[in-house]
Design a protein around this ligand. Structure first.
Ligand code: GLN
Length: 288
């Protein structure tokens, strides 16, 4: 956890009267002395929460106590509706809700760091973030730098073109200009298909779609769910039927951080088992 996160964790610890500030710094120990008087109270709360008897009343207290477990910093790129995107000042989406559900299971807060997609893996490897969740496809290449949790969703790359385009499938892309989001699997795939010189890379998928609308490029290659979101927000765009790949999304953690990897996997397994993951996905991507 980075400094800011530590400060937040510390604040959370103080708020929760220092129930269980494991793994925190000496700063926290100093704060503990101040809060000693209320510590007993907190363990009482914990017991109540543990028994899961007074559900409603104890929810707030339980949340407070849980936050004492610290803060996990999630690196993402909130330009990828419905997985993560801005809604007013908030960052919302499937990955955000899944991460929050994982945080709840682990008794930890989740703090979102929004950054360029190609900064996410560096943020995870440097420890600036604890994990990356960004509709991120598991690839052999990325596995060289990070570890991935179990997968939680399927996806594919699709082609967006303007209505009436003469591009009807991937074979027609040769010699055409494709817009992609920098550093994504769509970028890699397009580079393989049409060559580096024919790929226009943008920081946001939205910018690629704008370029397509302005005829600066001939097609956009991007993940299926964001493609649907973009197409529904603009007139005159269509998604071709042909899927260019089959991919799976997972959460990236620092290589060798098996403790966090195991914890997230255990939480994910429970959330899959009890239907939470499906529920979150269906909320944003209603079944057709
Ligand atoms: N799934 C794609 C990838 O992992 C795109 C992810 C994204 O743009 N957020 O490269």
């Amino acid at each position: 956890m980075k400094k800011k996160a530590l400060a937040l964790a510390l604040a959370a610890c103080m708020a929760a009267s220092l129930a269980a500030c494991s793994g925190s710094s000496s700063e926290t120990t100093a704060a503990a002395t101040d809060a000693e008087t209320t510590a007993a109270e907190t363990s009482a709360e914990e017991t109540t929460a543990g028994e899961e008897t007074e559900a409603e009343e104890t929810t707030a207290e339980a949340a407070e106590t849980e936050a004492a477990g610290g803060t996990l910093v999630m690196a993402t790129n909130a330009e990828f509706e419905p997985w993560e995107y801005h809604d007013g000042d908030a960052i919302v989406g499937i990955d955000v809700e899944i991460a929050q559900a994982i945080g709840e299971k682990l008794g930890m807060d989740v703090e979102i760091e929004d950054m360029a997609f190609d900064s996410i893996i560096p943020a995870v490897t440097s420890g600036k973030a604890d994990f990356g969740a960004a509709g991120m496809t598991v690839t052999e290449d990325r596995l060289q730098s990070v570890d991935f949790t179990d997968t939680y969703a399927d996806a594919s790359q699709v082609i967006i073109v303007k209505e009436g385009s003469d591009i009807t499938g991937s074979a027609d892309l040769v010699g055409k200009k494709i817009g992609v989001q920098l550093g994504t699997t769509g970028d890699l795939l397009s580079t393989d298909l049409v060559g580096d010189e024919n790929v226009e890379r943008y920081n946001k998928g939205f910018e690629a779609v704008q370029a397509l609308l302005q005829d600066k490029i001939d097609a956009v290659v991007i993940d299926s769910a964001p493609a649907k979101a973009f197409v529904s927000q603009s007139e005159g765009l269509v998604i071709l039927d042909e899927a260019l790949s089959q991919e799976e999304y997972a959460i990236a953690v620092k290589k060798g951080n098996t403790e966090l990897l195991d914890k997230i996997n255990a939480a994910l397994a429970e959330l899959k088992e009890d239907g939470t993951i499906d529920e979150i996905i269906n909320k944003y991507i209603p079944a057709e």
